[in-house]
Design a protein around this ligand. Structure first.
Ligand code: NAP
Length: 281
């Protein structure tokens, strides 16, 4: 049995560190390595993996969407999201899952003590991460998730893919964001604004002033650990969470799929978090 993370680029991935630590804590001698697979080489990889004892893998850029038609089965959450980040071999069949959204919901529960059920959320962005998180919040029972994006048409398309009809598209201007934030207990940043290396920052974060006093801000970015958005939210006394717990929890859920059994999720998340901290992440 071997596990891998595939992508291009992939050698910077934290998955080998996180999964390696969890597997070791479980006393399992299963290697988990990073493997470069270029766009267009997925079919060859699936053949090679089967021949070489790979029983599960995580997928990152640029493969999350391209994997769907190549797998034997794709679970409903991954199919709705149109993206797969976890693949396991079960009875000779490649099964695809998406643990990104579920990881975000677990991170919210664990890190902010927030259950999305019944919640109104302002979510910024409509890219791949936004889609996984918005759909997972809907599945978890959020009453309304406003998907606010610079390119409104992308938000409209995303919201149209929610089978539960709980997502609503919205614009990204300051007035719209403030108006929506006033009625939301949670604001989630799924844009790349504030990320290390991203040339742009939020023009204004005045929408934070509109959040209720017991409001919280979840930024999917973890590099830097504290974005300007989170620093400003903290200054206003709001609860905050960065993207590292989501990275950890999506891995915990992926490992359950790889091993085909439930794990002590909190214990695994603690092991993974400690492994990252040990490397100064
Ligand atoms: P993506 O598909 O490229 O989407 C980027 C989003 O950011 C789009 O909604 C885009 O809006 C918006 N955006 C970019 N520049 C902007 C600007 N100047 N003004 C306003 N909006 C802007 O990227 P992604 O894969 O969804 O990732 C988004 C972020 O989530 C990244 O920072 C990534 O590191 C993070 N992430 C974290 C985790 C985790 O485990 N913590 C997992 C996945 C992703 P338009 O549609 O208008 O271009």
């Amino acid at each position: 049995m071997k596990l891998q993370v595939i992508g291009d680029p992939v050698l910077h991935s934290k998955s080998p560190l996180i999964h390696g630590a969890m597997l070791e804590a479980l006393g399992l001698d299963i290697p988990y390595t990073a493997h470069v697979v270029r766009r267009g080489e997925l079919s060859e990889y699936l053949f090679w993996a089967r021949e070489n004892g790979v029983t599960g893998f995580n997928a990152t850029m640029p493969h999350k969407e391209d994997l769907l038609p190549l797998l034997d089965e794709v679970d409903p959450a991954a199919r709705t999201a149109g993206a797969v980040n976890t693949v396991g071999l079960r009875d000779g069949r490649w099964m695809g899952f998406n643990t990104d959204g579920g990881g975000a919901v677990e991170a919210l529960r664990d890190g902010l003590d927030i259950d999305p059920a019944g919640l109104t959320v302002t979510l910024l962005g409509a890219g791949g991460a936004a889609k996984a998180v918005a759909l997972a919040l809907s599945r978890a029972g959020a009453e309304r998730v406003f998907v606010c994006n610079r390119t409104l048409s992308r938000a409209e398309v995303l919201c149209g893919q929610d089978p539960l009809g709980r997502l609503a598209p919205a614009a990204f201007d300051a007035d719209t964001l403030s108006g929506l934030a006033a009625g939301s207990r949670l604001l989630v940043n799924c844009t790349s604004l504030g990320m290390e290396g991203c040339p742009s920052q939020f023009e204004s974060v005045s929408f934070l002033d509109a959040l209720p006093r017991d409001g919280a801000v979840f930024d999917l970015i973890y590099h830097p650990a504290k974005t300007e958005l989170l620093a400003q939210a903290e200054r206003r006394g709001l609860k905050t969470l960065n993207g590292l717990p989501m990275l950890v929890w999506q891995a915990v859920l992926a490992l359950e799929h790889f091993l085909g059994r439930p794990l002590d999720r909190s214990a695994m998340a603690a092991v993974a978090t400690n492994a990252l901290r040990g490397k100064g992440i």
